[in-house]
Every structure is written in structure tokens, then in C-alpha cells.
Design a protein around this ligand. Structure first.
Ligand SMILES: [Zn+2]
Ligand SMILES: [Zn+2]
Length: 342
């Protein structure tokens, strides 16, 4: 009987203890997960700057490999060029700021523009704003053919209220200078020459878009050429001749022909003409491979996929089909964040 009483009284106590201990343990577990997660998220707030090495030579980071048609895994036109400790951008397309941050690039020597289709410049404001928030106290040098001032002025004008708010709120911690880029409009020829790096601007063929240029970077005996948007033409070939690495835009005619057939089947004349006009001023993949071989390019990296494709092996194999039959060197199919050395 006594034994029975004790058992009856102990049961609720044990149940209470068990529930409390289980809850406590679960609470501690949740707290631990929370602390670990917040630490991870907090770490993400601080960018770890990329270590740059003055002896590292010339290399490229493909930061935006897409076009105006949105593709979630590809920012639009944006290429980083690293020469020793200096980092430059060629074009600043949509959402280029994300891969730029991912790459740990916390400062730029300057920005070069190839032309003023919006997919090549629309990300400028985001990039400058993030540098300004980070307190990078300088004006960003911007170089481009005629039109650069108009484009930059237009973008900066949209930030006038934002700039006023942030300066009033953060004072000198926010870099006002960063939101006032130093623009220089230049014609084809040598546009930058410093510390052994020479950058040459050359005309390309993106008619009816004028001006449209590409850039050749030469540093420590290596050369990298960025095509900008262009069809295959003698000017493009001359600018890219003998490049150790040609980073080129590329268009796939087979894909566009299928799209054309669909547009014709649905009697969509507007779409037919839009596709044809698009195909007129981009570099057809097989002709590009052929040209690269003829002019002695050593390595070809593809970007600005027209039409845009997801970054999958299958889609990329379909896009580049046949190119290796014409070009003997390595063909790198670009993805955002990919680094390529000449
Ligand atoms: Zn263009
Ligand atoms: Zn473009």
C-alpha cells in the first residue's frame, strides 16, 4: 500500500521534470542554432576584402554574363579585370554589385564603358552606393566613349534624394564623393597607361549603336581583350588580334532560328523583327570561333549569352556546339563569379 502511494505521488513529479528538462534542452538547442545563425549572418554583413598581389599579373573575373532578358543566375554585362593590385570594371550591368561583393572587391581603380545600351550600365548606381556606404572616400574614375557623362549624370540624378537622406543621417561616414564619379569621355586609342598597364579602346561593330567599343588590357607581357557588344567585323578582329585571352559576347543562331520559327508559327511579326534585329548586331558563335582562330587568340571566354541560358552544363554545351571545330584553343563558357587567367 505504502509502495503504491509513493508510486502515485512520484509519477506527476517525474512527468513534470521530464517535460521541463525536455523543454529546457530544446530551448538550449534553439538558442545555440540562433547564435550560430546570427554569427553566420553577421559575418556576411562584413565583406572580406580580396587579397590583391602586385605580382599576380593579369586576370579576369566574369561578374555579369547575362543580357537584358532576366536570368536569375546571371547579372548583365559586367567584367572585372585585375592587373596586379588594381581592379577595373568593364561595364556595370544589372545586379553586378552582388558578384562584385561575392568576389571581395572593395575598391576599383576605374570603370570603362563599351556603349550605352542599358544592360551595360544600369548597375552603376548600386555599385557606387555600396562603396559610399562602406565609406570609400573618393570619386570613381569613369572612362567611356562620348555619352558617358550623359549616362552617369542621369543615374546620379536619380540618387539626389537618397544622397540627401544618407548625408543628413550618416554625415561624413557616408562617402558623398563616391556618388560624384569623375567622368572622362575619350576616343579610341590608348585611354589608360600607368604602372605598366596599358588600356586601349578600339571601335567594334554594333550598328546602329554608335559609339560602341572594346578594350585591350596589356600588362606584364599578357593581353586581355573585352569585346563589348559587336558583330564579327575587321575592327573587332584588329582589336582582338593575338590576344592571350579574348572575353567575347556570343550569339547562338540555332537557338534564335528556333525562336524565329515559333514566332512565325504564331504569326507574331513584331517578335520576328525584334529577333532578326537582335541577331544583326551580335557575334555569331561559329563565326566568332573562326575569327578567334584566324587572328591568333590563345584562349576564348564567352559572356553576354544571346539568348540568355541557365548556367548548366547541358545548356552551355548546346550553346557552344560546333565552336571547337573552328577554334583550337580553350573555350571557357562563362558563369558569374568565374575567374579566368590569360
Ligand atoms: Zn549592346
Ligand atoms: Zn548588351
Amino acid at each position: 500500500m505504502d509502495h503504491f502511494i509513493i508510486t502515485v505521488k512520484l509519477k506527476p513529479v517525474w512527468r513534470y521534470l521530464r517535460t521541463t528538462l525536455t523543454k529546457g534542452f530544446a530551448y538550449l538547442l534553439l538558442l545555440n542554432v540562433f547564435i550560430t545563425q546570427t554569427a553566420t549572418y553577421a559575418q556576411g554583413l562584413i565583406v572580406s576584402p580580396r587579397t590583391l598581389d602586385s605580382n599576380a599579373g593579369l586576370s579576369v573575373i566574369l561578374l555579369g554574363t547575362g543580357i537584358p532578358i532576366p536570368q536569375p543566375d546571371r547579372a548583365s554585362a559586367c567584367t572585372g579585370v585585375i592587373a596586379g593590385e588594381k581592379v577595373f570594371l568593364v561595364d556595370t550591368g544589372r545586379n553586378c554589385v552582388s558578384p562584385l561583393r561575392q568576389a571581395g572587391i572593395t575598391d576599383l581603380e576605374g570603370i570603362f564603358y563599351t556603349h550605352y545600351h542599358s544592360d551595360h550600365f544600369i548597375g552603376l548606381g548600386e555599385i557606387l552606393l555600396n562603396f559610399a556606404v562602406a565609406g570609400l572616400d573618393k570619386s570613381m574614375p569613369v572612362i567611356g566613349p562620348v555619352g558617358a557623362q550623359q549616362v552617369v549624370d542621369g543615374i546620379i540624378a536619380t540618387y539626389s534624394l537618397d544622397l540627401k537622406y544618407r548625408v543628413a543621417h550618416h554625415g561624413k561616414k557616408f562617402s558623398e564623393a563616391m556618388m560624384k564619379p569623375a567622368v572622362t569621355e575619350l576616343s579610341p586609342g590608348v585611354v589608360y597607361e600607368e604602372d605598366g598597364l596599358r588600356v586601349t579602346m578600339f571601335n567594334v561593330c554594333h550598328q546602329p549603336i554608335d559609339p560602341a567599343v572594346g578594350y585591350r588590357f596589356e600588362y606584364q607581357g599578357k593581353s586581355v581583350v573585352i569585346s563589348g557588344d559587336t558583330n564579327i567585323c575587321p575592327e573587332f578582329a584588329e582589336g582582338a588580334r593575338d590576344a592571350d585571352l579574348l572575353v567575347s559576347e556570343v550569339s547562338n543562331v540555332a537557338l534564335w532560328n528556333q525562336a524565329l520559327a515559333l514566332a512565325r508559327a504564331t504569326d507574331n511579326q513584331r517578335q520576328v523583327e525584334m529577333i532578326q534585329e537582335g541577331m544583326e548586331y551580335h557575334a555569331e558563335s561559329l563565326s566568332l570561333a573562326q575569327m578567334a582562330e584566324e587572328i591568333g587568340v590563345k584562349k576564348l571566354a564567352l559572356t553576354h549569352f544571346f539568348p540568355s541560358i541557365p548556367p548548366t552544363d547541358q545548356a552551355e554545351a548546346m550553346f557552344t556546339r560546333g565552336m571547337s571545330d573552328h577554334f583550337e584553343g580553350p573555350i571557357i563558357v562563362g558563369r558569374d563569379g568565374m575567374e579566368v587567367a590569360p
